[in-house]
Design a protein around this ligand. Structure first.
Ligand SMILES: [Zn+2]
Length: 95
């Protein structure tokens, strides 16, 4: 919110797992579908989105922090099975 005054070239989002900011295209957008969290791999799904690094460690951090229910403003538990699959398939560091 402070510091740089020039407009960033690409939008930044905060990872809800490690809480670090990254360029949006380096983060996985997650949307809620009923009681499931689903990966928005194409960036086209409607609704409120949360962002997390596509790594198992950030996903688990987000789960431990209950970041998904908070991000989606819900009380109940959310199924993140599809997210686990998505990040499991994505190499953490791909050049
Ligand atoms: Zn992260």
């Amino acid at each position: 919110m402070s510091g740089r005054t020039s407009a960033p070239a690409c939008p930044e989002r905060t990872c809800i797992g490690c809480r670090q900011r990254s360029a949006r295209n380096g983060l996985l957008r997650v949307v809620r579908n009923g009681d499931r969290c689903v990966p928005d791999l194409r960036g086209t799904l409607p609704g409120r989105g949360a962002y997390v690094h596509p790594t198992p460690s950030c996903l688990e951090l987000a789960v431990r922090r209950r970041a998904f229910p908070r991000a989606f403003r819900t009380q109940g538990p959310l199924d993140i099975g599809e997210l686990r699959e998505a990040v499991g398939r994505t190499p953490p560091e791909e050049p």
